[in-house]
Design a protein around this ligand. Structure first.
Ligand SMILES: Cc1ncc(COP(=O)(O)O)c(C=O)c1O
Length: 484
């Protein structure tokens, strides 16, 4: 390769792609200078990027170190780069964003003084030490193959531990082969929807209200949606019997999201009988089934009929959403399709994290963490309910038996918006049934108050701030009938 065509990786210390082939200039030194100017001007080398030491770069490019010293001196004199005494040379120039490029915006992460949005666990309670211990053990004992590509279905050791846990703690019928490891329920839902769409099944019933994102995922997989209303006994499953051609039903039977209703026993039986008779697949979203406080845990639908139910679980509430680990328990009829869709999506989850999670399950650290958090969330729930009902006795509080949030029905959309605005002005993040996009057709308004996300030390203060913030807006809310 001649110098004029040279594209090199400067590999000594810092990997840097330098393309001098297109840089203009008769002499090598000029071409190298122009190559740097071009890379900095176009923003490919950003301010602060460390440049390789001249000695190493000279070796990589096959030029004398003297030439490179001259190049760096010239670029420094022009203000492109700067040498730091006793340290490396860095890019010192901020490029304009390339024309037509969309400026990169930081995600709009509103930092609330108190985060009372629904469905979020306390990030400050993440079991860092247990996770670290599990990760360290996993790293120490993982064979070299663990660093290569793995099975789309997920690590066998994790599937063994998880199948044991789900059978023992959640009442599922699951063996390791039934499990598919995902990055969360969000991914799992898309995998099932795409598996069915590939077979020509493209009509799905979902709850209303339900998560906007979930509806979008199913629609994006090519499905038409039939939205089924929800009442205090969960999804009105009798309405499915008129929903011709529905091939999939997605629901949150353990704790309807966002109303908190539990699917009643008669409706469970009716739903399963109908699914068996029509060959419809049920997708059960058990997003926070571990957090049930007053009554005995409710067994999942999957435990009643594993042949027609896809069970979706997640570590997003028990550990943290950022961990991105979830699982599907798939009936035989759809298992291979689900695994194929996972492979098409991203091949597989991070192996090391799967092994660490398996380790937490194996040692009982996961169970212990859940037990600790269940107690903590139950106390928090009691505190919020007491504070709300004592200070604002006209409010109705619903959906309190389980989960990480409760629902306060609001008289109408403007009352909901006013309460959320008042909370927001006090630095409190809340969600609303209308504002949160849970309904597509006109539906009742309500506040969703999450008691999971606040760090433990700030919890009482967050409740006091909420009570104060709501004082002016909820005092005239009429006592609402206990329906949503
Ligand atoms: C109803 C419902 N299902 C599932 C999830 C979990 O999704 P993931 O496992 O992708 O984090 C959430 C998270 O907020 C949820 O609200």
């Amino acid at each position: 390769m001649t110098n004029s065509r040279r594209k090199e990786w400067a590999t000594s210390g810092i990997d840097l792609f330098l393309d001098f082939s297109r840089a203009a200039g008769p002499r090598l030194r000029a071409r190298i200078e122009n190559g740097f100017r071009e890379a900095i001007r176009t923003g490919r080398l950003r301010r602060g990027t460390q440049l390789p030491p001249t000695r190493a770069l000279a070796q990589d490019l096959g030029v004398s170190r003297g030439t490179l010293l001259e190049v760096y001196a010239q670029l420094a004199a022009e203000g492109w780069i700067a040498g730091r005494r006793g340290s490396s040379t860095v890019v010192a120039f901020d490029a304009d964003p390339p024309r037509g490029a969309t400026p990169i915006r930081a995600p709009s992460l509103v930092r609330w003084r108190f985060d009372l949005r629904p469905g979020r666990p306390d990030p400050s309670s993440f079991p860092r030490m247990e996770w670290l211990r599990a990760l360290r053990r996993a790293l120490a004992s993982a064979p070299n193959e663990a660093f290569g590509y793995g099975s789309p279905q997920g690590q066998v050791s994790l599937r063994i531990e998880l199948a044991g846990y789900l059978s023992r703690a959640r009442g599922l019928h699951a063996v390791p082969d039934d499990l598919l490891i995902t990055t969360g329920f969000t991914q799992g839902l898309g995998l099932v929807a795409r598996s069915l769409a590939a077979r020509g099944i493209r009509r799905t019933a979902m709850e209303e209200p339900s998560m906007h994102l979930h509806r979008s995922i199913v629609r994006a997989a090519g499905h038409e949606l039939v939205l089924i209303p929800v009442d205090s006994d969960g999804m009105r499953v009798e309405q499915l019997e008129h929903g011709d051609g529905v091939g999939m039903v997605v629901l949150t039977p353990n704790r309807q999201h966002p109303t908190g209703a539990t699917l009643s026993a008669p409706r469970r039986s009716r739903l399963l009988a109908w699914a068996r008779a029509t060959g419809t697949l049920i997708v059960e979203d058990d997003y926070d089934g571990e957090f049930r406080y007053d009554r005995r845990p409710i067994g999942p639908l999957q435990g009643l009929d594993p042949g027609v139910v896809v069970y979706g679980g997640t570590a997003s509430k028990t550990l943290a959403p950022g961990v991105r680990i979830g699982w599907l328990v798939l009936p035989e009829s759809i298992r291979q399709d689900g695994i194929l869709q996972k492979e098409l999506a991203d091949w597989h989850n991070s192996t090391l994290e799967q092994l660490a999670f398996a380790e937490m399950l194996r040692t009982g650290a996961y169970d212990r963490h859940i037990r600790r958090m269940r107690l903590r969330y139950r106390r928090r729930r009691d505190t919020v309910i007491l504070a709300l009902t004592t200070n604002h006795p006209t409010l109705v509080v619903k959906g309190t038996e389980a989960g990480l949030n409760l629902l306060i029905p609001a008289p109408d959309a403007s009352a909901e918006a006013a309460a959320i605005a008042a909370a927001s002005a006090a630095g409190i993040g809340l969600d609303g049934l209308i504002l949160g996009g849970y309904y597509e057709s006109p539906g009742p308004a309500g506040l969703l108050v999450g008691y999971g996300a606040t760090p433990q030390h700030a919890f009482r203060a967050s409740v006091e701030a909420l009570i104060l913030a709501l004082s002016d807006v909820v005092s005239d809310w009429p006592l609402l009938a206990k329906q949503t």
